[in-house]
Design a protein around this ligand. Sequence first.
Ligand SMILES: Nc1nc2c(ncn2[C@@H]2O[C@H](COP(=O)(O)OP(=O)(O)O)[C@@H](O)[C@H]2O)c(=O)[nH]1
Ligand SMILES: [Mg+2]
Length: 709
Amino acid sequence: MKVYNSNEVKNVVLIGGAKTGKTTLAECMLFESGLISRRGSIEDKNTVSDYRAIELERQNSVSSTVLYAEFNGKKINIIDAPGFDDYVGEVVSALTVCDTAIMLVNAQNGVEVGTEIHWRNTRRQSTPVIFAVNHLDHENSNFDETVRQLKTQFGKNLVICQYPVNPGIGYNALIDVLQMKMFKFVDGKTEILDIPESEKEKAEEHQLALMESAAESDEALMEIFFDKGILTEEEMVKGFLLGLTSRGLFPLFCIDAKHNYGVNRLMQFILNAVPSPQDMPGRKTNAGTELKCDPKAPMSLFIYKTAIEEHLGEMSFFKVYAGEVTEGMDISNGNNGQKERISQLFVVSGKKREKVEKIVAGDLGAAIKMKSAHTCDTLNSLKNPDIQIEPINFPAPKISMAVRAKNQADEEKLGTLLHEYNKVDKTFSANFSKELKQNIAQAQGELHLNTVKWLVEHINKIPIEYYAPKIPYRETITKQAKAMYRHKKQSGGSGQFGEVHMLIQPYFEGMKHPTEFPVRGVEEHILPWGGKLVYHNCIVGGAIDARFMPAIVKGLMEKMEEGPLTGSYARDIAVYVFDGKMHPVDSNEISFKLAGRNAFREAFKNAGPKILEPIYNVEVMVPEDKMGDIMTDLQGRRAVIMGMESDGNYQKIKAKVPLAEMYRYSTALSSITSGRATYGLKFADYAPVPPDVQANLLKVYEEQEKEEE
Ligand SMILES: Nc1nc2c(ncn2[C@@H]2O[C@H](COP(=O)(O)OP(=O)(O)O)[C@@H](O)[C@H]2O)c(=O)[nH]1
Ligand SMILES: [Mg+2]
């Protein structure tokens, strides 16, 4: 394959709601470029993009596919992204390396949840967007209504470059306002005709609007437009390039991906008018500098995706940001200092790979068998070994589920496997929680979890099941209490003896010490599970030897780790050991550890003990008409509403909600809003549970303890 220069490459990502036709459009683009001689279809399970077994079975994309089309002597890299929000990680990584997003819209449905979600992703990453209205051949497709919804939702900077002449069954003609021609699709051929009389007025209206929009992007163009009242196609294209780059203009095209109508023209537009990698602002580095796409600079490339490919192992997908990478090149990983050699260099189209000698700044490629390179790493030439490009901002997981192998014997294998899976998918993680004694999987949603389950069961042949995760409760106290405990054991030879008197009280910043005894020493323990244990030595007159103090603290710590109420971690407690007794022969460390631990347990019970539960900050984006239902549902989850903001036709509800009430929230939200809402959550703090909840938790724990006895 030819080596493409930076200005001969365009990187586009296909986004949009599920089933809008992204994968089918990708197939058309490959066909138009001559890479394939026959277009596959979703129904026949033979598209280049959806080639993975899971995608063939489900007939939708679950991960992004990297493709390319060589077209008119240039190269268009295409990333076909999955539509469902559960796979948002794949979209975010593709948006990071692509310079333009093509948003597909189904003309039957107009703006869908997916359209809005993906729009927000492009906004976050400042990616230029082109709209491609698809499915124009359906009986109930509605172009005008689709455009109206797009304008309402995404603003007036939407510029109609094409409109359909005969949408609906038999659709086969569009007016191209940029060229002021009619495109008619007959028997696999495109006829470019003069605009018929009946369409002239409408076309001219659109043309004027289009010129105005293009002129608005640039003062020089504005002047030409004022002077002459018209812009040439070339001038318009220049305006488009500027407008797209600054997100001041969003061109709209018409396609029919099923019949491959309008795709060739869309590709021409991509070549001529969308930003090339050199037109885009540089990528930020961790050092705060900017890495502009410069083929002459020392080489830096960024790994945006890692996939496990059959028979090949890990494949690293990258974008070259500066310089050029060649086969056999020695490189250094900016993130971990490891040296590597690029043994084989590829360009990829679905599962097909072609070996290449060289890839230049701005272009996408892939490599295999990297020793220490992971997603988000920067690999550099040895001249500039330390560059680290800013990592991809992957969304935090939204749901947690406990997961286990159906056969106990597979448990260990599963743990390793899920851990490996995190390398490939940064929006999924699984870790064994020592606290909950469960393997906790975290993901974007239930569809995401099910995809992982499918892969583990079909590819690794380990049957697994998800079940409810335990809640990481905490325990603390609300008032002062005293207790003493004497540990005494007389058996045969040497005995055990230790007696500890203590006072405990809630710990908080600026709390006051009790005044009845002097504080002689303070030890502050920051607990690994949050909060503190502050230990005060108040012993006078040598009632307990200093050498037994560490044993007492150890005993306390043991009980803090397995709280007296429900066995959960305890936190934020101040302990004062103010008296005790020793035996000249029988006192030893173990005795004081036990005395300390049991005195603590007794005191704890009388100190107004409370169970605390994790509270999360939850943000829900809901369509306005569903606000009431969502609020009612949230209130049923013991939520405290913190505020509301509007964002287009959406309302953002901010609330604090106990984690215990968020179980299966994504399913509930989805069923209330028919999948039109999204949410995110983040740990906020611990707060006491209401008395009825506490009573119930105590009861459950007691029963559990009895069972274990
Ligand atoms: N009639 C019609 N069907 C289409 C069109 N584009 C895609 N499809 C069909 O819509 C379904 C979803 O397409 P797909 O490419 O998988 O959508 P994706 O989820 O966005 O990748 C498939 O059955 C396609 O054959 C179109 O323009 N017209
Ligand atoms: Mg798809």
